[in-house]
Design a protein around this ligand. Structure first.
Ligand SMILES: NC(=O)c1ccc[n+]([C@@H]2O[C@H](COP(=O)([O-])OP(=O)(O)OC[C@H]3O[C@@H](n4cnc5c(N)ncnc54)[C@H](OP(=O)(O)O)[C@@H]3O)[C@@H](O)[C@H]2O)c1
Length: 259
């Protein structure tokens, strides 16, 4: 049985000021864990803290900013060894190809890939110290299943999450010998402020609370890949296994319907 989350643990979660991160924080606190919550909006973090009192520590930081991250490094171990870092902060900006603008691609990649990579500058040394003390250490990277199929307008978001997943899987290989587990979370559509902006149908949409319960359950069971809801992720996997010419045709037809 996995040792993960079996006893009260210290967990850092980025992107906790809304959506999935906020919901995961609440579930972890209910289970008796201590959570260090990060986001750029201090007021939202303060509100979350009020729901969990002394089980929640706020640490405001923009994860794309090295100085912000250095400034909160000490907070990660303020309640003992860091047992888990959940790197969840992210954005989703869609491209209007008729007004092609590479800054859309850049914004997705900087927040989702570079921000996650920079968060590791402070998470990894702390996780290594936990391993040295014989404590469990897990790195959780929140990616997406969106990149499993080429959706129109998602050039920037999909590319960033594909890169992020590769990054996580390669890290898993490199960190295995050190005893640091790397988990990839690949949600389908989850109702959050991020998806409230979407102007298209979102099949098999789940609530943030449902997503949080699935994530914490998967982590507790020792899973390294957490993808949900299954009806959505299996459909995408099947579509992604089709010959490329068929994928291209379906993808172009979906893109025309959205236009
Ligand atoms: N919702 C979905 O359907 C879905 C599906 C698959 C994957 N995901 C992924 O799940 C993660 C959470 O998304 P969500 O749906 O919960 O969206 P959300 O409600 O918009 O939450 C995004 C969080 O990331 C934080 N954040 C964004 N940029 C940041 C930065 N530069 N520095 C620090 N924090 C930053 C935001 O906090 P501040 O604004 O306070 O900085 C917020 O707490 C993202 O990685 C997203 O790609 C979501």
């Amino acid at each position: 049985m996995s040792q993960r989350l079996q006893s009260p643990s210290n967990i850092w979660i980025t992107g906790a000021s809304s959506g999935i991160g906020e919901a995961v924080t609440k579930v972890l606190v209910e289970h008796g864990h201590h959570v260090i919550v990060t986001g750029r909006r201090q007021e939202a973090l303060d509100e979350l803290k009020r729901s969990g009192d002394d089980k929640i520590t706020t640490a405001r930081a923009d994860t794309t900013n090295r100085e912000d991250l250095s400034a909160i490094e000490g907070s990660l171990e303020s309640h003992g060894s860091l047992n888990m870092a959940i790197l969840n902060a992210g954005t989703c900006e869609y491209l209007d190809v008729s007004q092609y603008d590479s800054s859309v691609i850049e914004n997705n990649v900087v927040t989702n890939v570079v921000g996650t990579a920079r968060s590791l500058d402070i998470a990894l040394p702390a996780l290594r110290r936990s391993v040295q003390k014989g404590e469990p250490a897990t790195l959780v990277i929140v990616s997406s299943s969106a990149w499993w199929f080429p959706f129109g307008r998602a050039e920037g978001y999909g590319a960033s999450k594909a890169a992020l997943t590769y990054f996580a899987h390669a890290l898993r290989a490199d960190l295995a010998a050190e005893g640091i587990d790397v988990v990839v979370v690949s949600p389908g559509f989850v109702k959050t402020p991020l998806t409230d902006k979407n102007d298209f149908p979102m099949p098999f949409l789940v609530s943030a609370e449902d997503a949080a319960n699935r994530i914490v359950k998967g982590l507790s069971k020792g899973k390294r890949e957490i993808a949900f809801p299954k009806r959505f992720t299996w459909s995408l996997k099947l579509l992604g296994a089709l010959p490329q010419t068929l994928i291209d045709r379906m993808s172009a037809s979906m893109s025309r319907q959205q236009a």
